[in-house]
Design a protein. Structure first.
Lengths: 291, 353
């Protein structure tokens, strides 16, 4: 347990520094190629300085005659809070959907389950763009035919929650579903399942309590890819629907420190969540998990 | 491996879709020199303009005309070689370079290699499309915007810069995966015996690691193609395409994005505004094409996966096979790739899986 803590903290620090180093890279390519050390160093110091003095962070805007500086906070929290709410809601929703669908499928025969797994592996690679475009297309088609606008397809200042969350939920829930399904199938062959069955436990109880608990470990190792899918989908959804979230803020103020801050503010909670899950899984099962 | 692969129908379905587009695209380049038919204005009996592009498919078959009056079918045919060709090239570069780095780091400089790769793990917390956008947006878009539609770099220079960026951006994570994979293989008993019998590092790579690593590399390669296609589609939405995008005046004298290579990703961005016009389905054409391309690559991936499972899974128990499938489940790229369960304690000495 102690080793796990040290590894987790070490990895957190390494990733934290890594994010700062990577966030400074785009400045080498802004308005022409400046592939030199001073440019990189300037971006790096700007990021570190801004993070150390976060409350006084500013973004600059070039007016005709002078350069103006505006405070990032508290305006930033509105953008960030909105994006993060969508992100977390989609994550929780897709996890729940994945769990429910898995529960509904595991009870079916092996053959059906195998067919479902192959279908899912195709479904999960459908690009988010297709989902968004078809959604827009249908909403517009309905509007053209009947004059009823089901959803606002371009957001701007009005911050809508329902549509982005639903669209963001689709792909991760397919991923969750498939991974959980395979993890559960993998656990089904373990001896303790036979023992539980022999003791006369109900199948639903075996799956819900014992199998899910062990499947959690497999899930832990696959959480990171799901996060990256969700994160890149978030960027696309925010951009396409033109909603005023974190993506819009980063694109409007392309500064290395704002970029680094935004990535860190997503990384920290996500990492804490994954680390917590990992510790919990280890506590539950006594097995070691790689994050 | 190849012999088993050609028996899989899934492989042929996927392969043919990609192959037909590529072959058609190159044939059009060599025989018709990429000539793009231009749609005429539609005049009525009084010689007045009755309609003008964009046209729907039924009016200008087979796929309609875009707002520069170009035949959409020919445009996507020309773009196919850029989309599919460069996706395959970038994925290949990623895998080859990552394999060299991963294996060499593990065998020759295991400690330094691990420390060098560790901070790059942070890349998986970035939305890669956004990072790539910031790196590429000047050379592929902003540059021409600021200099009267004239790029400072030539078409192929821009293209190779794009290829380099899209390769390097995913390289550390792929290298980390293959580093772990090599690390895991080196724990095997037969490696120990080979070492005892005096096998050097080169000998290990060629005789003992290669037969195990190669099928995995093929798997990673096909998986990376999907990733690159997705990334290109996302970048296209931000108006970044291979070869760059210009803002030109269209038939209505409005500025519209005009893709220079017609790669499908860029067309997604360029055609997106059709959603708000009379023919919204024109916007779906490049998206559907990319989706079908991704699904075909996925079909090839599944076929390869089945072959690999048969090959190395022959001796595995049923439960170990399921574990393998779970490990392959996240097609996102940096999922663990091992022959044994990922929960194996010796794999995570440093806490990185």
């Amino acid at each position: 347990m102690k080793n796990t803590w040290i590894a987790l903290i070490l990895k957190f620090l390494v990733c934290f520094l890594g994010i700062i180093f990577v966030s400074a890279v785009p400045s080498l390519f802004a308005n022409g190629f400046h592939l030199n050390w001073p440019t990189y160093w300037r971006a790096l110091t700007q990021i570190v300085h801004s993070l150390l003095h976060a409350p006084d962070m500013v973004y600059t805007k070039n007016e005709v005659t002078r350069t103006l500086a505006y405070n990032v906070f508290p305006e930033y929290w509105g953008y960030y809070g909105y994006s993060f709410t969508i992100f977390i809601s989609a994550l929780v929703a897709s996890f729940v959907v994945g769990l429910l669908l898995t529960y509904a499928t595991v009870m079916r025969s092996k053959k059906t389950v195998n067919v479902i797994v192959s279908i899912l592996s195709f479904l999960e690679s459908i690009p988010d763009l297709l989902i968004i475009a078809v959604f827009d297309f249908v909403v517009i088609a309905i509007y053209n035919q009947t004059g009823v606008l089901l959803f606002n397809v371009a957001g701007a200042f009005e911050r809508t929650y329902f549509v982005p969350i639903v669209i963001l939920t689709i792909l991760p829930s397919i991923l969750f579903f498939r991974i959980l399904l395979l993890a559960v199938l993998e656990e089904e062959n373990e001896l303790y399942v036979d023992l539980a069955r022999a003791k006369g436990l109900k199948r639903s109880r075996i799956v819900l309590v014992h199998v899910y608990r062990n499947a959690l470990i497999t899930l832990c190792t696959h959480l990171k890819p799901i996060f990256s899918v969700l994160l890149s989908n978030l960027v696309i959804v925010e951009y396409v629907f033109n909603i005023f979230g974190i993506t819009r803020y980063i694109l409007d103020h392309p500064q290395p420190d704002i970029f680094a801050l935004s990535i860190l503010l997503f990384f920290i909670p996500v990492y804490v969540l994954m680390a917590g899950l990992r510790l919990y899984a280890e506590h539950l099962t006594g097995k070691k998990v790689a994050v | 491996m190849v012999r088993q692969l050609v028996r899989k129908p899934l492989f042929w379905i996927g392969f043919f879709y990609i192959f037909l587009w590529l072959a058609g695209s190159f044939a059009y380049l060599w025989i018709w020199h990429n000539h793009i038919p231009i749609a005429d204005l539609t005049l009525n009996t009084q010689h007045r303009i009755a309609a003008r592009p964009p046209y729907p498919p039924q009016q200008f078959p087979p796929l309609g005309a875009d707002d520069f009056a170009q035949s959409i079918f020919i445009v996507v045919l020309i773009g196919a070689k850029f989309t599919l060709g460069f996706a395959i090239l970038i994925a290949w570069l990623r895998v080859v370079l990552a394999a060299i780095i991963g294996v060499a780091f593990r065998l020759w400089i295991p400690k330094i290699g691990r420390i060098v790769l560790a901070p790059f793990e942070s890349l998986s917390y970035f939305p890669i499309a956004l990072l790539a956008y910031f790196i590429l947006q000047w050379v592929l878009f902003q540059d021409a915007r600021m200099h009267e539609n004239h790029f400072s770099y030539g078409f192929w220079a821009r293209t190779w810069i794009t290829v380099a960026v899209l390769t390097l951006i995913a390289l550390p994570n792929t290298a980390q995966t293959l580093y772990n994979e090599t690390d895991h293989l080196l724990q095997k008993e037969f490696i120990e015996s080979a070492k005892v019998l005096g096998g050097g590092r080169w000998h290990l790579v060629r005789k003992h690691l290669q037969p195990y690593l190669f099928p995995r590399l093929v798997l990673v390669f096909v998986r990376e193609i999907v990733q690159v296609l997705l990334l290109m589609a996302h970048l296209g939405l931000f108006n970044l395409a291979i070869g760059g995008i210009l803002m030109k005046d269209n038939m209505f004298s409005h500025e519209a994005p005009y893709s220079l290579s017609n790669d499908w990703g860029g067309l997604i961005g360029a055609y997106w505004h059709f959603l708000w016009t009379t023919y919204p389905y024109l916007a779906l054409i490049p998206i559907v094409l990319v989706t079908l391309a991704i699904l075909s690559v996925k079909a090839v991936l599944l076929a390869v996966q089945q072959v690999v499972e048969q090959d190395v899974g022959g001796g595995l128990s049923k439960s170990a096979k399921y574990k393998q499938r779970t490990a392959d489940a996240t097609a996102v790229g940096n999922g663990p790739l091992s022959f044994e369960p990922v929960t194996d304690p010796d794999r995570q000495a440093y806490g990185m899986g």
